[in-house]
Write a protein that binds this ligand. Structure first.
Ligand SMILES: C=C(O[C@@H]1C=C(C(=O)O)C=C[C@H]1O)C(=O)O
Length: 371
């Protein structure tokens, strides 16, 4: 049967609407360029003052303000990504932002870096989380993006350990919905010799892999994108990675969304060197992260919590890690508190907490993630 003829006569109503969109786009572009010129002027002022370009608290406030002003029909969740991109492009006119993350291209860390800083950045992919810390400490990147916790698997131990031993501190956070896919050169689940992925991804898909591929070896590699790269070279391998990594390396999605938790999320910290970046000022919605240790005696953990209760400070995270000291049962506690030390209640609580701890390190104060 012949296909129905395609109607090529332009619909006048459609043409008229598109003409209006074109005209508005031109106005938007002119406005965006005016905004960019103002950002350039801000950049000149900062250069004159010798101050840093990236201001996470200001960017968080701009996004909060735009979300509050949004009258629709744009969805509230569309506002933040649009303004992040606008600010990314404006910031790039002031200075390049070099961002280190666990590469190669296509990792969730790269997506987190782009989601937080926008796409006008200089990408510095690294081979491991250790290298992200080293590169940022050495100044070859201005900022590092490192995973800190996952909703299925809990803490990313290596990042927490490196917070202790490196001088870097946290100036921001971002979290990402993490959807893993089984990727392969062949469009089939048959004859897979090994599944290659980062250990965190293998763990987040443990249930699916045990059910569907119970006898196949799981081989940990440095990153999911590295797994995808290997699977592109060897058709007997399957990778567990993002769709983006799949298209980057020309792989088929053999099974989509195989993570055990459909709401699987990973939280990332944005780190930098305190000699090159000041602590962000209060944005109004801030978090203060610290790591402490107390001597192992009855009531020690209780005593740590008393200053928080006394000053009405909310704790949003409490994580423990073995201290690997001579005393086997000593722990470091990673704590997130709501607020900024510019607020007297938080600064008093911190001073009191410091006095009951045998070890106390502030990891940073930063604006909460705004979506
Ligand atoms: C323009 C500025 O510099 C950067 C760009 C921003 C923007 O485009 O709105 C906001 C904060 C800074 O990261 C500024 O500090 O106001």
């Amino acid at each position: 049967m012949a296909d129905a003829p395609v109607n090529t006569t332009p619909n006048p109503a459609l043409t008229a609407l598109r003409e209006q969109i074109d005209a508005l786009d031109r106005e938007l572009l002119a406005l965006l360029n005016r905004r960019a010129s103002l950002a350039q002027a801000v950049g000149e002022l900062k250069k004159h003052e010798g101050s840093v370009v990236f201001r996470p608290e200001r960017e968080a406030q701009v996004i909060d303000g735009m979300k509050a002003a949004n009258a629709g029909p744009l969805k509230p969740e569309s506002v933040a990504p649009i303004w992040r991109e606008i600010m990314s492009a404006c910031r790039a006119l002031e200075t390049p932002t070099r961002v280190a993350y666990l590469g190669p291209a296509g990792t969730f860390s790269e997506l987190a870096a782009l989601g937080y800083f926008g796409s006008s950045i200089v990408r510095v992919p690294c081979a491991s989380i250790d290298e992200v810390f080293r590169t940022t400490t050495a100044g070859a990147a201005d900022f590092g993006v490192v995973p800190v916790e996952n909703s299925t698997e809990g803490v990313v131990a290596r990042s927490l350990d490196l917070f202790l031993t490196t001088p870097l501190f946290i100036i921001g956070e971002t979290s990402l919905f993490v959807r893993h896919n089984l990727l392969r050169k062949e469009q089939s689940l048959a004859d897979i010799k090994a599944i290659v992925a980062h250990p965190q991804a293998l763990a987040q898909c443990h249930g699916w892999l045990s059910y569907h591929l119970p006898d196949v070896e799981r081989r940990p590699v440095a990153s999911n994108a590295e797994g995808a790269r290997l699977a592109a070279l060897d058709p007997t391998l399957a990778a567990v990675a993002s769709e983006r990594a799949g298209s980057e390396y020309g792989l088929h999605v053999v099974a989509p969304a195989i993570q055990d938790d459909p709401h699987n999320r990973t939280r990332f910290a944005i780190v930098t060197h305190p000699e090159r970046h000041p602590t962000p000022q209060a944005s109004g919605h801030d978090c203060t992260s610290l790591v402490v240790s107390v001597n192992n005696r009855p009531g020690a953990v209780h005593d740590m919590l008393v200053p928080l209760k006394e000053h009405g400070v909310s704790m949003t995270r409490f994580e423990s890690r073995p201290a690997r000291s001579a005393d086997q049962w000593e722990y470091y506690f990673y704590i997130d508190l709501q607020g900024h030390p510019e607020q007297p209640a938080l600064s008093q609580a911190l001073a009191q907490l410091r006095s009951v701890c045998s070890f106390f390190k502030l990891l940073g104060t930063y604006p909460l993630d705004v979506h």
